[in-house]
Design a protein around this ligand. Structure first.
Ligand SMILES: C[S@@+](CC[C@H](N)C(=O)[O-])C[C@H]1O[C@@H](n2cnc3c(N)ncnc32)[C@H](O)[C@@H]1O
Length: 283
């Protein structure tokens, strides 16, 4: 386990994943009943963009810092930018000191009656999470394998909620197989939960078996959204990334259709890149 998210905080993949996360949480909040947010690979929860790790890669410059001056934007993006501003009250122009990870983004949006379960295996990151949420009674931090925890802890008592699966993919193709195994168990126990699974795109042939898996397991409502910045033909680069959403909220595809062109334009590298928005399975 060498992966440290601090090197990548606020990069284009975070912008993509976190704006979608905000949209999913917002949809859950449309109903008054409480829900549970489950983060299987939570990370440290908050990152210092002026710290040595973030400065070494400068990935935020190619990611979140390109979005800060977006004026008229779909509401997911507006909410995302508002949250960044509230966490960086002293920010001036194109600068940010703090970047929130998925746990801090989610808990910033939860209501008093909602709950978060955060899993993180790496001891230092888990310790940071525990400190960050020490005074938040809605949040449970577990230093344990997120895949095993997911199978053990769903369905939540609220019976409504969202699972974010955001692994480091150090295991390359085997990570897809680990996700499939964990999802098979979780979905069989909680078929009405919303599941959002982030994955990297390097070579296209690596993602195809994963996409086919959902139909093979008869998981009946699955949307895929991808942002490709470079051709998907090199195993050496992060060419893009995607999120598969099981049981997306009503009309979520239409909301993504408004969000994605803005991200594509702001996060592009040499060429225009590509967006994909498709149903992998649909009842
Ligand atoms: C991509 S980062 C998570 C980023 C976070 N979800 C966010 O959006 O801010 C992946 C995290 O998973 C942790 N990790 C790796 N294997 C794990 C496992 N089996 N269970 C739980 N956490 C794990 C890593 O230590 C790392 O912090």
């Amino acid at each position: 386990m060498n992966y440290r998210h601090a090197f990548h905080a606020g990069n284009f993949a975070d912008v993509f994943k976190h704006t979608i996360l905000i949209g999913l949480l917002d949809a859950l909040k449309q109903k008054p009943a409480p829900f549970c947010y489950f983060d299987t690979h939570a990370g440290a929860g908050s990152y210092d963009l002026r710290g040595a790790q973030a400065e070494k890669t400068a990935e935020a410059a190619e990611g979140v810092l390109r979005l800060l001056d977006v004026k008229s934007s779909p509401h997911f993006l507006r909410d995302y930018l508002d949250l960044l501003r509230s966490l960086n009250p002293a920010a001036i122009g194109n600068e940010l000191a703090h970047y929130p990870g998925s746990p801090l983004i989610a808990t910033s949006l939860l209501r008093e009656t909602d709950r978060a379960v955060l899993c993180e295996l790496q001891p230092d990151e888990a310790a940071q999470l525990k400190t960050l949420f020490a005074h938040d009674a809605r949040v449970g931090v577990h230093q344990r394998d997120g895949y095993a925890a997911l199978g053990a802890l769903v369905p939540p008592k609220e019976r409504r909620g969202l699972v974010l699966i955001d692994p480091p993919f150090e295991a390359q193709d085997d990570e897809f197989r680990a996700i499939e195994a964990a999802l098979a168990t979780a979905y069989s126990r909680w078929p009405t939960g919303i599941y959002a699974i982030w994955y990297p795109i390097k070579l296209r042939e690596q993602t195809r078996p994963f996409h086919r898996w959902f139909a093979s397991r008869k998981i009946s409502k699955t949307l895929v959204v991808e942002l490709l910045r470079q051709p998907d033909d090199s195993a050496l680069r992060l060419n893009g990334c995607g999120v598969v959403i099981v049981n997306p909220p009503w009309q979520f595809d239409q909301q993504l259709r408004r969000l994605m062109p803005v991200l594509q334009d702001r996060l592009k590298v040499s060429g225009p890149g590509q967006i994909r928005l498709d149903w992998l399975t649909r009842e």
